[in-house]
Each structure stands twice: as C-alpha cells, then as structure tokens.
Design a binder for this molecule. Structure first.
Ligand code: NI
Length: 236
C-alpha cells in the first residue's frame, strides 16, 4: 500500500462555524461520520487537523473529542492520540451486561412517572422504525425509543450513563441489523415493552427489557466467534 487513505476528506464543512456552536458542530459531524462508517475503526483523529478542517481553535476540538471518547466512539492510544474505536471491544459482552443492569434500573425508576405524552413519543419512534430502512437512522431511532422510556428516571447520573451506553450501541446496531437482520425481532420486543410500560407492569417490563438486551449479548458473542478467524487473517 503506497497511498494512505485520508478519511477526514470525506467530511464536508459548510462555511465558518460560530464559536459558541463549534464544540457541538464538531461533535455531531464526527459522530455521524463514525456511525456511518466514513471514519473507519483505527482512524487517527488529530486535534490540529480537525481545527484546520473546521477553521476553529483546538479548544472546542478537544472538548468534542472528550465527549466522543465518553461515548466509546473514540479511544486514546499512547503515542497516537485519539483514534476511532473498534466496532466491538474485547469486553463488549461485559459492557452489554452492565448496560442491562443500568437500563433496567432506569426503566424501573421511570415507569411510574411517565406520562401519556411520553408513551406517545415512544410509540412514534416504533412507527418511524417500521418504515425506516437506513441503518444509521434506525440506530438513532432505537436510542430515542429507549431513552423515551427511561427519561423520567430520578437519578440523573444513571440516565447519563445509560445514554452513553446507548450511543455506543448505536454504532454496533447499524452493523448488527445489517449482518443479522434483527429489525423485525426488535420491533416485536419494542411493542411488547411499551405495552407493559403503559400498563405500569414494572416486573413484566423489566423482564422484557432484559430479554431484549440479552439478544444483543447473543449477537455480539456470535459475531466475536464468527470473525475471530477473519480478523486474524486481516491483521497478518
Ligand atoms: Ni431496542
């Protein structure tokens, strides 16, 4: 390989960015590029390159990178700086199991406080998912659906952890749907879950959520088993 690909070139910046929006514009732009695969795993994202690209100082770039790191989309590697994180980390199964604990607790806190309009919002995302075929968009809608159910959790810190986990999953889900065709299955889960939430049947809802998220653990386990051979070959 003589030519190095320059994935940052796939990012388009329209005009100057107002200073007060810089961090969020950079964060959202990079997030989208990581989620839709324009910035592949292992791509180094250098602060100065990004500052030049967006025409801003390094300060908002650094803040945006920190956010993306908290969401598991970037990881910091010694001597290399921030790189796009692997799609699935070695400890992905453990991460997922931890998410089940956090999300069921958030749901438990939230159910009694959810209003009719929260239920309608969640139902709206299920409807949108029904006709959406773009995997990136489906990942986003899945996150919004889940957050709509957890949004009234009283522990704000728990809710932020849950959201970071969902952001991390969003990227995996895109691939997951593509590779495993889990779309329809997830929708049945989502409908049953929303029904239990509406009925304020906390125990049943927690059980359904756990089952739903456990399917993710199974898919990851199967994926890791099926690709470990291929990855070794590619790294040779
Ligand atoms: Ni889901």
């Amino acid at each position: 390989m003589t030519q190095k690909p320059k994935p940052l070139h796939s990012i388009k910046v329209d005009g100057p960015i107002p200073a007060h929006l810089a961090r969020s514009v950079i964060e959202e732009t990079l997030r989208a590029a990581i989620l839709d695969g324009r910035l592949p795993c292992g791509t180094a994202v250098r602060q100065q390159d990004l500052a030049d690209l967006f025409g801003v100082s390094r300060m908002p770039v650094r803040e945006a990178l920190r956010q993306l790191e908290a969401q598991g989309l970037l990881s910091v590697v010694a001597h290399k700086g921030a790189v796009v994180a692997p799609l699935i980390q070695g400890d992905a199964t453990e991460t997922y199991e931890l998410r089940i604990l956090l999300e069921t607790e958030a749901l438990r806190q939230s159910i009694p406080l959810l209003t009719e309009s929260d239920h309608q919002r969640a139902a709206g995302y299920i409807e949108e998912l029904e006709t959406e075929h773009n995997y990136t968009e489906m990942g986003r809608l899945n996150r919004l659906f889940h957050m709509a159910l957890y949004c009234k959790a009283s522990n704000g810190r728990l809710l932020r952890l849950v959201e970071d986990g969902l952001n991390e999953e969003e990227r995996f889900l895109r691939f997951n749907l593509e590779a495993m065709g889990l779309g329809k299955l997830s929708q049945d889960d989502h409908r049953a879950l929303l029904q239990a939430v509406k009925e304020r049947d906390v125990e049943h809802a927690l059980h359904l959520l756990e089952q739903h998220l456990n399917r993710g653990v199974e898919v990851i386990t199967r994926y890791l088993a099926s690709t470990s051979g291929q990855t070794r070959k590619a790294n040779r």
